[in-house]
Design a protein around this ligand. Structure first.
Ligand SMILES: NC(=O)c1ccc[n+]([C@@H]2O[C@H](COP(=O)([O-])OP(=O)(O)OC[C@H]3O[C@@H](n4cnc5c(N)ncnc54)[C@H](OP(=O)(O)O)[C@@H]3O)[C@@H](O)[C@H]2O)c1
Length: 308
């Protein structure tokens, strides 16, 4: 039995808690800046932490085997330092998107993730704390009724309302960067956030951890992602607007010039997509654990039929 601390209480953290509770006998706590009576009411233990107080973090992490972090920025760096200090064995950083190697330098979407990985690599060498990035591509929940926000996901990336990313299913419209700079069709890997949690929980006991796990429920071209939604809505084609990397960059410059922040975040996400950030060939974790992820089509049809 492992002792696990889940840092943060967003939708992803709660999925982790759910699968730890229902699929394992591991003990787990949530670390939160707030008391969170809603989570306590579910019978979950929520421990309040102050990420600016190293001693507090040391105390709260003592005896923990694995930290699953969903918190980013300075808070995560403090958590990493504290985990190494009290000899936590394994640390899972708040990644859960594309491969870190595909992040450009000085990336606006970074939110301290690169610094976290640098620090984790340091501690892996000097204090033996293992870590692994879990890369999953894009969450299916970006296309949920109500968007990610309805599932308490994606507050940090701003593009979390229904229709914010790639397509607006309800309005049957899509903005698609079909091709990358090399003229190749843009693909993305996708996974439901629930399956991400199932994969992570299944990987906890693997004896060996690489520094990077990759998993996915599906891998598709952007045109096919939109096609699944078009079929679901029973329509030949949404109002599709094609983009290139250059046209996205021009739109971004314009959004900056008029100070339109929501549009800027939306375009940053589409540009990251168009430059291949959410695509990878191999899904090593799919082959290592017994998790059968739901396909994008099945997931989309289920969540939209429930909302009808
Ligand atoms: N692949 C995708 O499509 C996708 C989409 C969205 C998110 N993600 C990933 O999912 C993970 C979670 O992201 P998220 O956007 O859902 O959650 P988030 O908004 O980053 O929040 C996660 C947790 O961080 C804590 N937190 C928030 N602001 C904080 C601050 N200023 N200082 C300290 N702690 C703070 C909160 O916990 P407490 O309030 O309990 O302290 C919150 O529950 C990230 O790794 C993100 O990259 C992936």
């Amino acid at each position: 039995m492992l002792k696990i601390a889940i840092a943060g209480t967003s939708g992803l953290a709660q999925y982790m808690g759910h699968y730890l509770e229902t699929q394992t006998s591991h003990q787990f706590i949530f670390l939160s800046r707030n008391p969170n009576p809603g989570l306590s009411a579910k019978g979950w233990q929520v421990i309040q932490v102050n990420y600016t107080d190293a001693k507090d973090l040391h105390y709260k992490l003592t005896g923990i085997d694995i930290v699953i972090s969903t918190v980013q920025g300075q808070a995560q760096l403090a958590l990493i330092d504290a985990a190494a200090h009290v000899h936590v064995r394994r640390f899972i950083p708040a990644e859960f998107e594309g491969l870190p190697t595909l992040r450009p330098q000085s990336d606006i979407l970074d939110r301290g993730k690169t610094a976290a990985l640098t620090r984790l690599a340091h501690y892996r060498t000097y204090s033996g704390m293992e870590y692994a990035v879990f890369a999953c591509g894009v969450f299916y929940e970006r296309f949920a009724p109500g968007g990610m926000a309805a599932l308490q996901l994606g507050q940090s990336i701003y593009v979390n309302n229904e229709g914010d990313y790639l397509m607006d299913i309800r309005r049957m419209a899509a903005q698609i960067p079909y091709f990358d700079l090399a003229g190749l069709e843009v693909r993305i890997c996708l996974t439901s956030a629930q399956d991400v949690a199932r994969f992570v929980v299944a990987a906890l006991e693997l004896p060996e951890w690489p520094t990077e796990f990759t998993m996915r429920g599906d891998r598709m071209t952007l045109g096919d992602v939109v096609g699944v939604a078009e079929n679901m809505m029973g329509i030949h084609q949404f109002h599709r607007v094609g983009h290139s990397v250059e046209s996205l960059q021009h739109s971004l410059e314009y959004a900056k010039s008029i100070g339109n922040m929501p549009e800027q975040w939306r375009l940053y996400q589409l540009l990251a997509t168009a430059t291949g950030r959410y695509d990878f060939d191999e899904a090593n974790l799919n082959a290592m654990v017994d998790v059968q992820p739901v396909s994008f089509r099945d997931w989309l049809y289920t969540v939209w039929s429930r909302s009808a």
